[in-house]
Design a protein around this ligand. Structure first.
Ligand code: GUN
Length: 443
């Protein structure tokens, strides 16, 4: 059945950045018409499910480009720590304590939070073991996921549950790619996820680089904290991004989370190779890592996307908060007109689509793209009257409480507070039980 979103303001994010008044029709999962839709186009379908959007705003589904769904159950369990201590003392022991069931619930809880906030797709880092459970959660909830298992073959400092051999890490990643790439009608995709340089041998990184040269996507962390950067320099003799570049791990199929600490040469490498930078402002602030120079990098031509990182370094998965921070934190440096809200909204939609390699499929509301979108109600005390600039309204005033309806691939997954593809009460109950069990396992 078609979905007919009728009578709204459509923020298309198309190449002309048109904002249209009218309807939007989704048929067989794709947008087939928007604006003023001719009667014969409407009549050609097999019935319509109408969504009344009068007085509402339609936006492309938000795309969170750097998420750790495996960490959702650890929210609030790793406070006041700098990156490497945060990983060694809290996050790695927690991840090692997952079993397939707890991982699945962690992913479901994260996906529920993402969907309720108008997010329709994410790039996920996974964990070392049981990563099928994350894909299964995305498959069943109707969410659009590009994910991979975290690869970690450097044993030092790791709990036993996360240790793996180089060959096993590559083999399991290849198996997961074979199993999930293109599943659920293309909604699920694979991206190799070497965790970061410090947790990967050069042999492993080279194995990933070979696969990348053959067309695979890659998702990793780089240059997040100064302590990490110093350790990478000590090991490789190079700065972090320069080292990845030397190995062949830059380019349009590579997405690097954070990139807070870059040399001028590394900035140019990102711009010239088309490598995606996944900006995570809340996480960078909460872990005290620093501030990536996003307006300057964007002006150089770097592809910027946006994400929340994992729940324990944020402590939300809320793209509205990330947008607001991204829009604000750089202004003391570049001035109040130095980075307009439109650019932030671009990073949260089109930038994410590009980082996931899905720019032909999602990120904007255009004929031929998948039906991934959110309907917002801005007729609220906090968002009225709002002014003329729709992007300022979205970035500075709106929030996830404005999200009314969410569709992914032409399927409504969230409607007026109700999840249609997951059992909210079960997920909350099981999340609580599994989070306690994990704390118990760690002791
Ligand atoms: N670097 C390596 N692993 C991680 C992680 O789980 N979170 C963050 N923020 N940085 C990392």
């Amino acid at each position: 059945m078609d979905l007919l979103f009728s009578g709204g303001t459509i923020v298309t994010m198309d190449p002309e950045r048109r904002v249209l008044e009218g309807d939007l029709l989704v048929r067989d999962g794709r947008i087939v018409a928007l604006g003023e839709i001719p009667g014969e186009v409407l009549a050609a379908g097999h019935g319509q499910r109408p969504v009344d959007c009068r007085g509402k705003i339609l936006i492309p589904g938000l795309i969170q480009s750097h998420v750790h769904l495996c960490q959702t159950l650890f929210r609030g369990q790793a406070e006041e720590l700098e990156l490497l201590d945060w990983l060694r003392e809290r996050i790695w022991p927690f991840e090692a304590a997952h079993d397939p069931e707890s991982l699945r619930v962690s992913a479901e809880l994260g996906i529920a939070e993402l969907i309720a906030g108008g997010t329709t797709a994410c790039l996920d880092m996974g964990t070392v073991r049981h990563t099928d459970a994350i894909f299964e959660a995305a498959e069943e909830t109707g969410f659009r996921l590009t994910g991979g298992k975290a690869m970690m073959d450097v044993r030092r400092g790791l709990p036993a549950g996360l240790r793996e051999k180089t060959s096993d890490s590559l083999k399991e990643s290849d198996r997961l790619r074979e199993r999930w790439e293109g599943e659920a009608g293309g909604r699920l995709r694979y991206a190799y996820a070497p965790r970061f340089v410090l947790s990967c041998t050069e042999e492993l990184l080279q194995g990933v680089a070979e696969r990348c040269a053959d067309g695979a996507r890659v998702h990793t962390h780089a240059s997040e904290s100064q302590e990490e950067l110093a350790a990478v320099r000590e090991r490789s003799g190079l700065d972090n991004v320069a080292y990845l570049d030397r190995l062949g791990l830059t380019g349009e199929r590579v997405a690097l989370a954070h990139c807070v600490w870059l040399t001028a040469r590394e900035q140019r490498i990102l711009a010239e190779t088309g490598t995606h930078l996944l900006h995570c402002p809340s996480s960078n602030l909460k872990l005290g890592s620093g501030l990536a120079k996003i307006p300057e990098l964007e002006a150089l031509g770097v592809h910027v996307a946006l994400g929340p990182d994992g729940a324990p370094c944020n402590n939300n998965l809320d793209q509205w908060v990330e947008m607001r921070l991204m829009a604000l934190i750089h202004l003391p440096r570049v001035g109040p007109a130095g980075f307009p809200a439109r650019k932030v909204f671009e990073a949260a939609t089109l930038g994410g689509a590009r980082a996931l390699g899905l720019e032909q499929e999602v990120g904007s509301l255009e004929v031929g793209k998948r039906g991934d979108l959110a309907v917002l109600d801005l007729q609220r005390p906090a968002t009225l009257p709002g002014g003329q600039d729709i992007y300022s309204r979205l970035v500075f005033s709106a929030g996830r409480d404005c999200v009314e309806t969410v569709a992914i691939d032409g399927q409504i997954v969230f409607d007026h507070g109700v999840f249609l593809t997951l059992d909210r009460d079960r997920v909350l109950r099981e999340a609580d039980a599994h989070a306690r069990a994990i704390v118990g396992r760690i002791g």
